[in-house]
Design a protein around this ligand. Structure first.
Ligand code: PEP
Ligand code: MN
Length: 344
């Protein structure tokens, strides 16, 4: 349940009225003061908070989860200020963002060379992960702590916003320490709700990737946490789901882009690199995603894919020439749809 309050003090007062008058009720309370209005969020035995009780006590309920699933995510009144690299997201400005870079950080030289070449062609945010979750414990797990320093150095030397993946609270603290612009919660962690709460509280814009075994509603519910515990700084990402199809790494759910767009007021990202796992499919599927309404494309690029640590994400990684082609193909769609890149 969500109660709209005048300010923090009123939220505290309402909390105390409820706990005193409904002594047997089991509730959790959370006060969110990040928006123009203050919201008291309550879960637990909310069926005890009847309309009569709320009315008698002058409590202004704006949402009950007994009636609906979502309050914040598709609420146009909640003023969202989602920072994507160098801009604040505005669904009406027809801008396309490109987040590109290698899967994981391997060494400073390849990282810097990749970032430098991407910057020459045009890119909005540079991505590279200090650590990687791998299905097999024998696959390279990333270089760890020093990776955060490398990323911070790239940000400074090339003056480019950066993105890194987080696995735990410690990583979120590192992201804060190194002034990382965007953090990512990977598909394998989309339902790690403790991590989600910490990311939400950090207020760093977070890319939330749809779990490979999850559906759109589960993704939206996970994203709603960012509004309850933070200020809604979240980007929804379609990165392919697991189906019986095994000719591609994952099945990129193109219609999810449209569904998420229509059922949230959040920026929607498409990741055809993991979505297909096949280098040759990355450009066409990303093109389709922009046509479906994606605001952001995330793509894996390496200065020299042949040199990347294998197997890793070698088969889906574009080289610089292919990245150039991606940008020029997307530019055709931009012209057709009256859109433009946010870095041009
Ligand atoms: C990635 O972005 O490199 C990644 C591992 O993505 P996902 O969590 O979608 O597998
Ligand atoms: Mn990857």
């Amino acid at each position: 349940m969500v109660i709209e309050c005048k300010n923090y003090e009123e939220a505290l007062k309402i909390k105390s009225i409820i706990t005193k008058r409904i002594k047997k009720g089991i509730f959790n309370f959370f006060i969110n003061d990040n928006y123009e209005k203050t919201y008291l969020i309550i879960n637990g035995q909310i069926d005890l908070l009847t309309d009569e009780f709320l009315h008698e006590n002058n409590i202004n309920k704006v949402f009950s989860s007994l009636e609906k699933d979502f309050f914040f995510i598709n609420n146009e009144v909640i003023n969202k200020k989602i920072k994507i690299g160098n801009r604040i997201y505005n669904p009406n400005d027809n801008l396309i963002t490109i987040v590109a870079g290698p899967c994981e950080i391997e060494d400073y030289e390849s990282l810097y060379e990749t970032a430098k070449e991407l910057k020459k062609i045009g890119v909005s945010v540079f991505r590279a992960m200090p650590e990687k979750p791998r299905t097999s414990p024998y696959n390279f797990q990333g270089i760890g702590d020093i990776g955060w320093e490398y990323l911070a150095k790239i940000k400074e030397e090339l003056d480019i916003p950066v993105l890194a993946e987080v696995f735990c609270e410690e990583d979120i603290n590192k992201a804060k320490k190194y002034n990382i612009d965007l953090i990512q919660i990977g598909a394998r962690n989309m339902q790690n709700y403790n991590l989600i709460k910490k990311a939400a509280q950090s207020k760093i814009t977070t890319v939330l990737k749809k779990g490979m075994w999850c559906n759109n509603i589960q993704l939206l519910k996970a994203a709603e946490y960012f509004f309850v515990y933070g200020n809604g700084n979240v980007i929804l990402c379609e990165r392919g789901i697991q189906t019986q199809e095994n000719t591609t790494r994952n099945t990129f759910d193109i219609s999810a882009i449209k569904y998420l767009k229509e059922n949230s007021s959040l920026p929607i990202m498409a990741d055809a690199s993991h979505g297909t796992g096949i280098r040759e499919y990355v450009i066409p599927v990303n093109t389709a995603a922009v046509l479906m309404g994606a605001d952001i494309i995330e793509v894996e690029v390496h200065i020299e894919p042949n040199r990347t640590i294998k197997p890793g994400d070698f088969y889906q990684m574009l080289n610089i020439e292919q990245y150039k082609n991606l940008i020029s193909e997307l530019n055709k769609i931009n012209n057709l749809k009256n859109k433009r890149f946010d870095f041009m």
